[in-house]
Write a protein that binds this ligand. Structure first.
Ligand code: PMV
Length: 336
């Protein structure tokens, strides 16, 4: 499915009800982050139990007119309960108005309850934006198609990341693992039995800074860029085959190799490297940093549920502040 193709709007656009709701979830990138910004494929899995839910409620307009739409974000993390209308949200709202004809003189409160921790490479900005877009559309009685939702979430993500590939905008709304390349999405139906343990290093990273660091690194070194994109593309392509063949060892080796590529770009941290080493020492087939980097989370591969529980324990003993277990398929999930 190509996300840029459509833009159709189904619905009447009048406020049909007094409130609307929207929902999205977190995601973890298995392979290909950063390279995906430069056209390489990347693989991501949804984290269905880390949710962002939004409610858009029509409210009386303030006497001074105000902003029309106000945003509040609630949930864990430093920005809990802080008002949200950052530049990304403003851009998203401007495009929402343009796409839907949403009237300027309607006043709406949007409250996003976000369980996706911020700054951990788990897609919190995209999940918040997606939930908000869907809540506003629900309030107005619009049925936005997938391409329009993608475009609106991307409007916010491009500001949040500086330059966003679109993988977060897609994966935070997908029920399946996705292979994403240059706006084209393939949902993978896989029976791969492995599980991924996600371990929070306890230190947040800024995706925007990380994307900018990589951009500066490549600005004057086209060969380094080409090599990184080509090696990451090869790893992601190989990983898709590993998943098809159920090759746990092969997939693990590619994860660790991808970690080294990201480490060489300066995107890892001592804490993250220690967690990766602890996972490998404990017998994980492979582990890496996941997402933007400069902090955030490690993703480590495990076999069955017992091995994943054990690996989670090991990672917490090695300093992870919390761990989650994510299956490759959308199955039962576990939170510590
Ligand atoms: O939001 P994060 O930290 O998971 O980063 C997304 C992945 C990047 O490749 C670093 C950026 C992008 O837009 O693809």
């Amino acid at each position: 499915m190509a996300m840029a193709d459509s833009g159709a709007l189904v619905g009447h656009g009048r406020l049909a009800v007094d409130s609307g709701t929207g929902r999205a979830h977190g995601k973890a990138i298995l392979l290909g982050e950063h390279a995906v910004v430069y056209g390489a494929p990347a693989l991501a899995v949804p984290i269905p139990f880390l949710t962002a839910t939004a409610r858009a409620t029509r409210v009386p307009c303030p006497d001074d007119g105000g902003e029309g739409i106000s945003f509040t974000i609630a949930g864990p993390g430093p920005a809990a309960s802080a008002p949200l209308p950052g530049d990304g949200t403003r851009q998203m709202l401007a495009e929402f108005r343009e796409a839907t004809g949403f009237s300027d003189d309607l006043c709406v409160d949007v409250v996003v309850d976000c369980a996706v921790p911020q700054g951990r490479g788990l897609g919190s900005s995209a999940a918040c934006a997606r939930a908000a877009v869907l809540a506003l559309a629900d309030l107005c009685g619009f049925g936005l198609d997938a391409a329009t939702v993608f475009r609106l979430v991307q409007a916010s993500e491009n500001v949040a990341h500086g330059r966003a590939s679109g993988i977060d905008a897609v994966a935070t709304g997908s029920d399946s693992p996705v292979l994403f390349r240059s706006g084209v999405v393939q949902e993978l139906s896989t029976n791969f039995e492995g599980r991924f343990v996600i371990a929070d290093s306890g230190v947040g990273g800024s995706t925007k800074e990380a994307v900018e660091l990589v951009r500066r690194r490549f600005e004057h070194d086209a060969q380094a860029k080409e090599e990184f994109v080509s090696r990451a593309s090869g790893l992601t392509g190989g990983a898709v085959r590993d998943l098809e063949q159920g090759d746990l060892a092969g997939l693990g080796a590619r994860l660790t190799e991808n970690h080294v590529l990201l480490q060489e770009l300066g995107l890892s941290t001592d804490r993250i490297d220690r967690l990766v080493a602890a996972a490998l020492m404990a017998g994980s087939p492979g582990a890496k940093i996941s997402g933007g980097g400069l902090g955030g989370c490690v993703i480590a591969l495990a076999g069955g549920p017992g091995a994943a529980e054990e690996l989670g324990r090991t990672l917490r003993e090695a300093g992870a502040t919390r761990t989650w277990i994510v299956p490759m398929r959308r199955l039962a999930s576990h939170v510590d």
